[in-house]
Design a protein around this ligand. Structure first.
Ligand code: GLU
Length: 471
């Protein structure tokens, strides 16, 4: 426990930024220009629902326009306020810069509990909110491109895209006004799983360096590692599922809204998700033990802790009790600034949000490019690739007089479709960004954590872009 005060979310992000700035020598005033949020719009609008006019408040914060469009999700939650969207917009700037996605940072939010409304009502509200943003160019394929976030998904993005198209009937690039759309509305294969997939690729990158794993007191691969996940929403679910099914990790506890469950033998994530959908709770799943004070389970003994819910989950109150040696931030801002200091003091390794959850915006970038290109990735070359591989195999077989195995032939000749290309692009992005962070982490004097390293890489890139443009 510490006597330090818990800062607000925006302040927490700024403190992390300032900790990194000390290592850099920026021209006077540039630090301030990068740190501040350029603009924050609040829109209030009325929608006639259930016989009366309901007034809603929504936000779109634009943190940095050093590159455009600016990018970042829209969340639906009753915790949404200007401070939160500004903090999240700032994180988007650093995230995009770190993974070399050529966008500025933005974020939006609507103060609403989506569970209070029927689907048709939510559509009505979403279209009205989108209209307010579109008419101010706060949604626009070349200027400001939202995406899903907490409380929104493909469905809301399809409504937003359609609303934009109705208001811009002659814009051939209208579909690029928002990402995270369903496939049949101009989406891209692999976007729904992208953030969870990115967590998997980030952890693989970490364990590819035994020296890094050793700093967390870990060794080997992800196989057999005990993992605790907080939040089984889109990100937490996909991360846990892939780590379990493809890397042999054991998900020993899941923390949800209504409590947590623990099973040291491992929880079957697909089955658990089904159980939650059917019963509305994690309680009563298989042989697991239910803990009603779910937050306590953040301190459960494990190898890897994945906070995949909301900001501030690990804070001044509970940071000292966290036992996991490795924490990977699937959510945005799950560790507050003072908590980060406590965890570092306790020797914990934190894979920071700006890197860890960048898979979503990376695949959003691919979707935006696909929309502007008006063609599915792989459509032109896939079969051509396949026929060249077949040619080679036939030649080898006739020359050596021996048949290659069907399994090898099938795998080798399989031409990459959109999903394979998206995964390959995401994997490459996550590996590259890890190396750039790592170079600073291990190569710079006095930089002893990945978060500061991530900020340094990002700030340098944003600064270079401002300097090149000549403010
Ligand atoms: N909301 C996601 C994030 O926080 C995705 C943003 C995007 O795809 O633009 O990164």
């Amino acid at each position: 426990m510490t006597s330090q005060r818990e800062p607000g979310f925006r302040e927490s992000v700024d403190l992390m930024f300032q900790r990194a700035i000390r290592h850099l020598d920026l021209p006077p005033g540039l630090e301030h220009k990068i740190r501040i949020c350029n603009s924050t719009y609040a829109v209030r609008f009325g929608v006639r629902l259930r016989g009366k006019i309901e007034t809603f408040t929504g936000y779109r914060a634009i943190h940095s326009e050093h590159l455009e469009p600016v990018k970042g999700g829209i969340r639906y939650s009753t915790a949404v306020n200007a401070n939160e969207v500004e903090a999240l917009a700032a994180l988007m700037t650093y995230k995009c810069a770190l993974v070399e996605v050529p966008f500025g940072g933005a974020k939006g939010g609507l103060h609403i509990d989506p569970r209070d409304w029927e689907t048709s009502e939510l559509e009505h509200i979403t279209r009205r909110f989108a209209y307010e943003l579109i008419k101010r160019d706060l949604i626009n394929p070349s200027q400001n491109v939202p995406a899903p976030d907490v409380g929104t998904g493909e469905r809301e993005m399809a409504w937003i895209a359609d609303q934009y198209q109705r208001l811009n009937t002659t814009d051939i690039n209208a579909r690029a006004c928002v990402t995270g759309k369903p496939l049949n509305s101009g989406g891209i294969a692999g976007r729904v799983e992208a953030t969870g997939r990115g967590i998997q690729y980030a952890l693989r990158s970490f364990f590819r360096h035994p020296e890094d794993a050793a700093l967390a007191g870990l060794d080997g691969t992800l196989d057999g590692k005990r993992v605790v996940v907080q939040g089984l929403g889109n990100v937490g679910f996909h991360a846990a599922k892939f780590l379990q099914e493809e890397d042999g990790a054991v998900i020993t506890a899941v923390i949800e809204r209504d409590g947590a469950i623990i099973d040291e033998n491992g929880l079957e994530i697909e089955d658990l998700r089904r159980h939650i959908v059917e019963t509305g709770s994690v309680r009563g799943f298989g042989n697991s033990t239910f803990v009603s004070d779910g937050a306590e389970v953040l301190a459960h003994d494990c190898d890897i802790l994945i906070p995949a819910a909301l900001e501030g989950a690990i804070n001044i109150e509970n940071a000292d009790r966290i036992r996991a040696p490795l924490i990977i931030e699937a959510a945005n801002g799950p560790v507050t600034f003072p908590a980060d200091e406590i965890l570092r003091r306790n020797g914990k390794i934190i894979v920071p949000d700006a890197y860890a959850n960048a898979g979503g915006v990376t695949v959003s970038y691919f979707e935006w490019v696909k929309n502007l290109g008006h063609i599915r990735f792989g459509r032109l070359q896939r079969r051509q690739e396949e026929s060249r591989y077949e040619l080679l195999i036939n030649e080898l077989e006739s020359n050596f007089g021996r048949e290659l195995s069907d399994e090898f032939k099938q795998k080798y000749t399989y031409g990459a479709g959109e999903l394979e290309l998206v995964r390959s692009g995401l994997d490459d992005t996550m590996r590259g960004a890890y190396e750039s962070m790592r170079d600073v982490w291990h190569g710079w004097n006095d930089v002893d954590d990945l978060r500061t390293a991530a900020y340094i890489v990002s700030i340098q890139r944003v600064a270079a872009s401002y300097e090149a443009a000549g403010l």
